[in-house]
Design a binder for this molecule. Structure first.
Ligand SMILES: Cc1ncc(COP(=O)(O)O)c(C=O)c1O
Length: 391
């Protein structure tokens, strides 16, 4: 065959950085603080619910938009947690993780040539899904400012054009750990209203927030935004069950119809027994979440202190389970070279964040560490990282 096999739309995106760094970590027996998956199990009561669902014979295709028990549990949970009411039948779609919800939202909502405003650094599936939909990204950069990340209002305003169809927000934000403030979300909402754009709000880390004064706020809850916002999330991050791939999209019926138009042909439905177990998880979420969050906060502080003592400039995350740190006091290498050396020579894998920018100049002296690991794993990583002392 003369032409390359990968379609032109996808060729620029290569292999996901997560897969690449995990492969390198395995090859060098490095401790994997690269990919954001916990190295411990989710809560026992959820695992037992899955076993019961399998034994009860929930083995065939689920209803395409979710087993009724899960749609109802999601609706009840958002009502309790956020005071938001969603109809389980017409406004909630269960997907294969938030990743599929992102793809279904883009493919279902966007026409070729439409523009999507999004912030960079970004979760790496966003530009790929925008490209798969034939749409175009308009990037707004988050800059380090006073130990955190912020965007320039003028840049955000300038990113909106007559072709803007949607704005994509991720709060709490991977990889910076930023939790968008009320002022920032209100500005985004105003611009979406003014340009008649939809908002796609990826809130997959919605419960992993650590600072009382920086709570997670929902775009769908802002005045005028409920019916133009698609809220996306999943079970994986909150309950340390990333491999279950149970996610969802919440939105007004018109938006939900768009998501389902794509979802029915992407995966048709997610795994039936895991959806039943997810319903139980959400019915008892309030019992489980505070403990999980307290453990993550403690691990964030531990790893943050270790990195600071090694002269990394740490951006303490207000949410998510990632720490972004600047390593320019330790090395003048590119982020890719630094992360490869860290994996090969120090034995700790991390993510080079340039993969989250649309051109490689972004994120060049930054490194992202995941702290969703057992305390013993983080302590072992801390011992290995001491090799950087004096660098
Ligand atoms: C911002 C963001 N959105 C979505 C996802 C994917 O979620 P899921 O594992 O539920 O597909 C991730 C996973 O890392 C993420 O960081």
């Amino acid at each position: 065959m003369s032409s390359p096999a990968v379609a032109q739309r996808l060729a620029p995106f290569g292999t996901s950085i997560f897969a690449e760094m995990t492969r390198l970590a395995q090859a060098h027996q490095a401790i994997n603080l690269a990919q954001g998956f916990p190295d411990f199990d989710g809560p026992d009561f959820i695992k037992r619910a899955a076993i019961r669902a399998i034994e009860a014979g929930h083995a065939q295709y689920a209803r395409s938009f979710g087993v009724p028990a899960l749609n109802t549990a999601i609706a009840r949970f958002y009502e309790r947690d956020a005071g938001l009411m969603f109809d389980p039948d017409t406004e909630i779609t269960v997907t294969c993780g938030c990743t599929e919800a992102i793809a279904a939202a883009m493919l279902g909502l966007l026409n070729p040539g439409d523009e999507v405003v999004l912030f960079e650094p970004f979760y790496d599936s966003y530009p790929a899904c925008i490209a798969m939909a034939g749409a175009l990204p308009r990037f707004v950069r988050l800059h380090p400012r006073d130990g955190a990340f912020a965007f320039d209002e003028a840049n955000l305003r300038a990113a909106f054009t007559a072709r803007t169809r949607a704005v994509l927000v991720n709060t709490p934000h991977n990889p910076t750990g930023k939790v968008f403030s009320e002022r920032e979300l209100t500005l985004i909402a105003d611009l979406a209203l003014r340009h008649d754009a939809f908002v796609i709000s990826d809130e997959v880390y919605e419960h992993l927030v650590y600072e009382l004064e920086q709570p997670h706020l929902r775009l769908a809850a802002l005045p005028g935004m409920r019916d133009r916002t698609l809220t996306l999330s999943s079970l994986g991050k909150t309950f340390s069950l990333t491999g279950w791939k149970v996610g969802w999209a919440l939105g007004a019926p018109a938006l939900t119809r768009a998501v389902r138009a794509a979802h029915q042909f992407l995966t048709f439905a997610g795994a039936t027994p895991l959806q039943h177990a997810a319903a139980e998880a959400l019915e008892h979420a309030e019992d489980a979440i505070p403990d999980l969050v307290a453990q993550f906060r403690e691990r964030r502080d531990f790893l943050g202190d270790v990195l600071t003592s090694l002269r990394f400039n740490v951006f303490t995350p207000a949410g998510t389970y990632f720490i972004l740190a600047d390593f320019s006091r330790l090395s003048a290498e590119s982020d890719v070279a630094f992360c490869q050396r860290l994996t090969r020579e120090v034995g700790v894998a991390a993510i080079p964040p340039s993969a989250f920018y649309h051109n490689a100049s972004g994120g060049h002296s930054l490194v992202r560490f995941a702290f969703c690991k057992q305390r013993a794993t983080l302590e072992a990583a801390a011992r290995r990282l001491q090799a950087l002392r004096g660098a």
